[in-house]
Design a protein around this ligand. Structure first.
Ligand SMILES: *Cc1c(COP(=O)(O)O)cnc(C)c1O
Length: 233
């Protein structure tokens, strides 16, 4: 706990300053961007330190690890975000664990999540993941197919579609990073014009690229390393 508390004491104000400055460059304020602390591969102590430092939003990328952490800390202890790929057969576990699922990458997964949410009389808030870089290894709807997928997802009664999410290519090339984020914002604008979609969120930006993502309109950044240091192996 002490180690994570001291890392956060140093890192969190810096991350918040960078987010605020980038938001201001995009005509917004720091309060328009939510920082989700990504705690995957870190122990519970990292989450406890984050909550103590005033962070409310916690993100994990594996269902099993998230289940353990949510069980230990309590479902109401944080706003829990599922940011990793979810296998269809684990959809009902994701619905039980997460306040926001960032990674709906197929209509089939959307159907499973919708059904699971409806069976508990509710809706699950989700983001539609888009592969904006064209890299084969990345999940998400290809940029060209996303509106078609969105039409299918909008029909599902158990889904509340809050916006879009993307992972930028792994590069330091600012032009390529900016192009990926801009592409997501354009998809969001097009979806708003041409479908019944009324989501507001753009989940984009990680340690490597969040200042650029916020400049391009991100409303949610997902940050691990810049807050907690390198992940333990
Ligand atoms: C791990 C992860 C992050 C955070 O990555 P950092 O580079 O440590 O900030 C963000 N989003 C997703 C989907 C992740 O899996």
């Amino acid at each position: 706990m002490a180690m994570y508390a001291s890392r956060l004491a140093e890192n969190l104000p810096r991350v918040q300053e960078i987010v605020t400055a980038a938001a201001e460059r995009s005509g917004r304020g720091g309060e328009d961007v939510t920082v989700v602390a990504i705690t995957k591969a870190h122990p519970l102590a990292a989450i406890e330190a984050a909550l103590a430092a005033g962070i409310r939003d916690i993100g994990e990328n594996r269902i099993e690890e998230m289940e353990e952490k949510v069980a230990a800390l309590g479902r109401a202890a944080a706003h829990w975000h599922m940011v990793g790929h979810v296998q269809s057969r684990k959809a009902s576990r994701a619905v039980a664990l997460a306040d926001l699922v960032h990674s709906v990458d197929t209509v089939r997964l959307g159907q499973k999540l919708s059904r699971a949410a409806q069976s508990t009389d509710g809706k699950v808030s989700v983001l539609v993941q888009v592969n904006t870089s064209g890299e084969g290894a990345k999940s998400g709807f290809p940029g060209d197919n996303v509106l078609e997928g969105l039409h299918g997802l909008l029909e599902l009664p158990g889904l509340s579609i809050a916006g879009f999410m993307t992972m930028a290519p792994w590069t330091d090339d600012e032009g390529r990073l900016r192009a990926a984020f801009r592409r997501l914002r354009e998809i969001h604008e097009e979806a708003t014009r041409s479908t019944g979609y009324s989501g507001k969120e753009l989940s984009m930006g990680m340690t490597n690229d969040y200042p650029i993502a916020v400049e391009e309109g991100s409303t949610i950044v997902r940050i691990g390393t810049a807050l907690f240091g390198e992940r333990p192996r």
